[in-house]
Write a protein that binds this ligand. Structure first.
Ligand code: LLP
Length: 433
């Protein structure tokens, strides 16, 4: 199997950044998320370079929903990243990690009054998803004596080749304002006393392995930029969103790079804005393509079973990695302690959750397994821990970060006391205690 260069196989063991995954599992226990900081930094730099080689004003915003660990966000902040934040919580994370407010965009189709107020107070630009939200933001900004800088989220009505649950710019999606209604929305924004429209934003979907849909989106966006400029909107940024996919099937999926993305998308963007006589910043919001392949989830085989087929029952389930159950997502698997053994036996790798759908990987050819083996699930740095839960009262596992060969816990594992800490018995149940 093709491996990115931070993963390697030595003496039969899988290594990440040259560190033995089996030793990590022993030292920190399982399940365990292990992330290469160097890989994340490398991916960020390649985005920045690919874009800056073709246009001088670029801001890469990390889509914080993909991986909300503060240490991951700080690594990116130190390289100059901003963030696409989708909640007040993500906004706090980004600021805490050291990202300046001017590099943040508060996205979301259902913001609360408290979300809007926080964005205003922190001076964070807002991607507005409806005219209702626009007027609420205007009123809140007025009450605070502030001007809210905004973009509208455009729904470009584009079909994209991805799982339907993660296509976000279809005409039928819940996100954004239909592209035909965008000029009227900006006219409305220009008439608001405490709103200044300074940008335009779209995001067409996630795990897209073809760069053509991004070119189509850029075409829609520069066409709108022209109309808005003519209308008197002074665009400071055009945000083309995230969505570049990664090759989850290492040997067969296309693997579009930031370089290929930039080579196709930036010329369309650049020609479009130059034709309007403007030089807005080009913003992009990658999540998955920055962090997904940086991480392995290590999980221990608790038992094997031969029934109508062979099962390997492991200690991580959809509580820690929901992508297979939710999207039928495929993740490559390597048995970390038998990494160069022959793939002789077909197993379905199942988690410990009390649900039939708790399957991490159906029907995989693996080496003969035994209790105690350590399975590494690859490409779990995006929407992995970030979508975890405590279902079945399972504490979330720790996360380890590796920089060069140094390892550090970037999140402690939870215990049962952490799960019950916020629960309380109502008074009527205490009587008689
Ligand atoms: N910007 C906006 C406004 C978004 O909604 C998203 C992702 C991104 C950027 C980042 O997209 P990326 O570069 O990561 O594709 N949980 C799903 C993915 C949901 C993506 C939602 N929005 C999964 O595990 O595949």
């Amino acid at each position: 199997m093709k491996l990115p260069h931070h993963l390697s196989i030595n003496n039969g063991h899988l290594h990440i950044n040259g560190v033995d995954c089996v030793a990590l599992a022993r030292a920190f226990g399982t399940p365990l998320y292990v992330t290469s900081e160097d890989r994340i930094c490398e991916q960020f730099r390649s985005y920045q370079k690919a874009l800056l080689d073709r246009y001088p004003y670029v801001q890469v915003l990390f889509a914080a929903k993909a991986n909300g660990n503060l240490a991951v966000m700080r690594a990116l902040a130190r390289l100059g990243a901003g963030a696409d934040v989708f909640s007040s919580g993500e906004l706090h994370l980004a600021l805490d990690a050291g990202m300046p407010p001017e590099k943040l965009l508060f996205n979301g189709s259902s913001k609360t009054p408290a979300d809007l107020l926080l964005a205003i107070k922190k001076g964070v630009k807002v991607s507005v998803d409806s005219l209702d939200e626009l007027h609420q933001l205007d009123a809140a900004a007025k009450a605070e004596g502030k001007i809210a800088k905004i973009a509208f989220r455009v729904n470009p009505a584009l079909e994209v080749p991805t799982h339907p649950k993660i296509a976000t710019g279809l005409a039928t999606s819940k996100f954004g304002i239909p592209h035909g209604e965008i000029p009227a929305a900006y006219r409305e924004a220009l008439s608001c006393t405490n709103i200044r429209p300074v940008g335009i934003h779209c995001h067409i979907g996630s795990q897209i392995l073809d760069v053509e849909p991004f070119v189509r989106a850029a075409e829609v966006m520069v066409r709108l930029a022209r109309e808005l400029t003519d209308m008197g909107v002074r665009l400071e940024f055009v945000d083309l969103g995230g969505g570049l996919g990664i090759p989850y099937h290492h040997d067969t999926d296309p693997a579009p790079t930031p370089e290929e993305y930039a080579a196709k998308v930036v010329p369309v963007f650049r020609a479009g804005v130059e034709a309007c006589g403007i030089t807005p910043e080009l913003w992009v919001e990658p999540g998955r393509s920055l962090v997904a392949d940086s991480t392995v989830l290590l999980t221990r085989v608790n038992s094997t079973k031969s029934a109508h087929k062979k099962f390997a029952n492991v200690d991580a389930g959809f509580n820690l990695l929901i992508r297979p159950a939710m999207y039928n997502a495929y993740h490559e698997i390597i048995v970390a302690d038998k990494a160069d053994a022959a793939l002789t036996t077909e197993y379905t790798v199942t988690g410990p959750i009390c649900e039939t759908g708790d399957i991490l990987a159906p029907d995989r050819k693996l080496p003969q397994l035994a209790a105690g083996d350590i399975i590494a699930i690859l490409d779990t740095g995006a929407y992995g821990f970030a979508m975890s839960s405590q279902y079945n009262c399972r504490p979330r596992c720790p996360e380890v970060l590796i920089h060069k060969k140094e390892t550090a816990l970037m999140r402690k594992g939870e215990n049962i006391a952490d799960i019950t800490a916020l629960m309380q018995y109502p008074d009527w149940q205490r009587q008689g205690d």
